[in-house]
Design a protein around this ligand. Structure first.
Ligand SMILES: NC(=O)c1ccc[n+]([C@@H]2O[C@H](COP(=O)([O-])OP(=O)(O)OC[C@H]3O[C@@H](n4cnc5c(N)ncnc54)[C@H](OP(=O)(O)O)[C@@H]3O)[C@@H](O)[C@H]2O)c1
Length: 216
């Protein structure tokens, strides 16, 4: 699978590139291609220290979309709309959103847009032939990056297209010990996104590092 990561130089993007590039072709996108190249070089070094081969290419965000079958939007919520409006070429691609609209007062809380969730906003902004899937919303970036740690979380996947959902669930199940669960249509993604501020509050107040979700 060719996986393009828009905003791939950030915390989630780098972590996903590290975990996915041994088994998939990963194209890391950035607003600045040089930043993406530097991020790929750092990832390659970490992987080669472990004797792992990888396929990583650093490019601009548009080139990452163009080269990919599956695009991951690894962007802060507040930059999603502007970035999507500046990019094109999403037709017929699967677009994964791990994006969580979160605000903070004395605690973290879910702050979705009028569309109901980040996932539904992404769907509205993309061409109809793009298939949006919410996944990976509840895994802390630090966990992705510590390669020696097993990732044994549950991953809720929301999507309106059964074939695309299956492909994303297969992608999830191929990463460490992650287990994908069908969490319904994209309209249900608000529930998945809203779990993340809960995890942040529980983590902070109970000194739990990078709390996650496991369905049992
Ligand atoms: N961090 C976590 O633990 C975690 C866990 C689960 C889900 N998520 C979700 O994953 C998404 C990414 O989180 P993150 O922590 O990886 O974010 P991040 O590190 O803060 O940012 C990701 C990338 O966004 C790009 N970016 C920053 N400002 C931008 C702007 N004004 N316009 C366009 N692009 C911009 C940057 O890439 P360039 O500078 O290279 O363009 C940056 O590397 C978020 O929506 C978050 O809710 C995060």
């Amino acid at each position: 699978m060719r996986i393009g990561i828009v905003g791939g130089t950030g915390d989630i993007g780098e972590g996903m590139a590290l975990r996915l590039s041994s088994t998939h072709e990963v194209i890391v996108g950035s607003r600045e291609a040089e930043k993406a190249i530097a991020s790929c070089t750092a990832c390659e070094e970490m992987l080669s220290e472990r004797g792992l081969e990888c396929s990583l290419l650093g490019v601009g965000n548009q080139a990452a979309v163009d080269a990919a079958d599956v695009v991951v939007l690894a962007l802060p919520f507040k930059h999603v709309a502007g970035t999507l409006q500046s990019l094109c070429g999403f037709e017929d691609k699967i677009v994964i959103t791990p994006v969580n609209p979160i605000e903070r007062s004395t605690y973290f809380y879910y702050a979705p847009p009028p569309e109901g969730s980040a996932a539904m906003l992404v769907k509205k902004l993309l061409p109809e032939s793009a298939t949006v899937c919410a996944a990976f919303n509840n895994i802390a970036a630090k966990k992705w990056k510590i390669l020696d740690e097993v990732l044994d979380y549950s991953v809720a996947v929301c999507c309106d297209d059964e074939s695309a959902k299956r492909q994303v669930m297969d992608l999830v199940n191929g990463i460490s010990e992650l287990k994908a669960y069908d969490a319904g249509p994209l309209a249900a993604a608000s529930m998945v996104e809203s779990v993340t501020p809960l995890l942040l509050n529980v983590g902070r107040l109970n000194k739990l590092r990078d709390a996650g979700v496991r369905f049992v």
